[in-house]
Design a protein around this ligand. Structure first.
Ligand code: PLP
Length: 479
């Protein structure tokens, strides 16, 4: 591809993306023909359809951009699940924004590898600044700032990677670093509730702890961890000669948006020197809004914390912000310095080499999309959107309470509403299937204490009140 061909294709691709994301009504009262809102939320393809629509073997001749785009329109777009659709109520929001897309594009165009400061100083320094900006915007503890003696922040690819990094740091601290040499994790025990994300269990497996040594701490009727039960379980494990080393608290659990009481949990962890990780992957972003700062209650006792700008904030996946107050354990767990990575800058101690803060060596310039988004969309826009989503959720909860066929089955302080059909699990399951088959909205099923539950997650940037009203009418028709 020549620079001129790239220029032309780039303009066309941006037009294509702008049309795809534009859900506003045109002169004829309808969104443009390529708008995501004119498509079903979930594609109607069967397994294997997408592959079967494309050539089995790679082309032997060079193809044009137009030919590739024809296949994008013919095969790719009809084969995607539309996370940016206004009827998106499934899983969690995974928003994009125009500034963030531009930041991604610039990152791709600059093509730098920011594994060390010396391999691209701006990549490292903008990232450090973005983590400090986010610490300030979210009102997180000063000990997480890059300027603190003991802490700092980094962009991880996902909350799952952040959790793994936290577990590895905890494992290093609990074994005084001996795990690096012997790999021995014997006796280490971790704690979380059944509401915790599956990435906790996955991280423990990867770290060689194993699920037999993951304790499921009982939760209360709000699906929040019971600190008294945690305390008892820790005491029992200590009495058995085991080593409690890691506790995860949810600040907004995936299934039910539960908030574990971190002030009490953190106090218990401090008493025993246990690493305390807080997972605010989805809900932590709400702290951008001053009146929702409570989502971070107790976080000052945490050793590590993560939240995902790639969920509710409009920064394209992947962008998890991760902070720790114990940088030494993180570096102890992950820092290895082969000769080919040595640099005078690193040895001077004046710079950060982010390769030591993550699992892979290589890393993209992900901070650009956060920087572009914060500067060009602006924090007030995020705050407005978060307030709007919470208000839409509260209105929907009021409507659901007024319909005797539905029951609200979990607290809904933010943008997730959990409903069940009073007629029982089969009715709830059939309702979800029927509503999802409509193509106009998509919901996710979960199970809370044995009960089938319909999750309604409101947070797509294209969702407005009329879409929530339409979704509620759909559910009322489908029950
Ligand atoms: N933690 C919580 C509370 C989540 O809701 C999710 C995603 O749903 C995750 C972790 C995992 O996020 P990621 O895809 O960034 O690994």
């Amino acid at each position: 591809m020549t620079p001129e061909e790239f220029r032309r294709a780039g303009h066309e691709l941006i037009d294509f993306i702008a049309d795809h994301l534009d859900t506003s009504a045109g002169a004829d009262g309808a969104p443009n023909e390529r708008s995501v809102s004119r498509r079903p939320v979930q594609p109607t393809v069967a397994p294997g359809d997408v592959r079967a629509a494309l050539p089995e073997h790679p082309p032997t001749e060079r193809e044009t951009f137009d030919a590739v785009m024809a296949d994008v329109e013919r095969v790719i777009v009809p084969g995607i699940t539309n996370w940016q659709h206004p009827g998106w109520f499934a899983y969690f929001p995974a928003n994009v924004s125009y500034p963030s897309i531009l930041g991604e594009l610039l990152s791709a165009g600059l093509g730098v590898q920011g594994m060390s400061w010396v391999t691209s100083p701006a990549c490292t320094e903008v990232e450090t600044l973005m983590l400090d900006w986010m610490q300030e915007l979210l009102g997180l503890p000063e000990s997480f700032r890059s300027t603190s003696d003991t802490g700092g922040g980094v962009i991880q690819g996902s909350a799952s990677e952040a959790t793994l990094v936290a577990i590895l740091s905890a494992r290093h601290r609990a074994t005084n670093g001996a795990v690096n040499a012997g790999g021995d994790t014997t006796g280490l025990v971790a704690y979380a509730t059944s509401q915790s994300h599956s990435s906790i269990e996955k991280g423990l497996r990867i770290a060689g702890i194993g699920t037999d040594r993951m304790r499921t701490v009982p939760h209360d009727e709000q699906f929040a961890m019971r600190p008294d039960a945690l305390r008892e379980m820790i005491a029992a494990d200590l009495a058995a000669g085991l080593v409690p080393f890691f506790v995860n608290a949810n600040h907004g659990s995936t299934s039910s948006m539960a908030f574990d009481p971190s002030a009490e949990i953190g106090t218990i962890c401090r008493e025993h020197g246990i690493w305390f990780h807080v997972d605010g992957a989805m809900a932590g972003i709400a702290a951008l809004v001053p009146e929702y700062r409570w989502v971070n209650s107790g976080i000052e006792l945490a050793d590590s914390y993560c939240t995902n700008p790639h969920k509710w904030m409009g920064v394209n996946f992947d962008c998890t912000t991760y902070w720790t107050g114990d940088r030494a354990s993180l570096l102890g767990a992950l820092s290895i310095l082969p000769d080919y990575l040595r640099s005078a800058a690193a040895e001077s101690g004046a710079v950060i080499d982010y390769r030591d803060w993550q699992i892979p060596l290589g890393r993209r310039f992900r901070a650009l999309k956060l920087w572009f988004t914060i500067r060009m969309d602006g924090v007030d826009a995020f705050r407005e959107r978060i307030r709007r989503d919470v208000q839409l959720t509260q209105s929907l909860a009021t409507a659901a309470r007024a319909d005797h066929r539905f029951e609200v089955v979990a607290p809904h302080p933010l943008n997730l509403l959990c409903l069940a059909a009073r007629a029982g699990n089969e009715t709830t399951d059939a309702l979800i299937e029927r509503a999802n088959a409509s193509g106009t909205a998509l919901f996710t099923r979960t199970v809370l204490d044995g009960r089938s539950v319909l999750r309604i997650s409101i947070g797509s940037h294209t969702t407005r009140s009329e879409h929530v009203d339409a979704a509620w009418e759909l559910l009322q028709r489908s029950v």
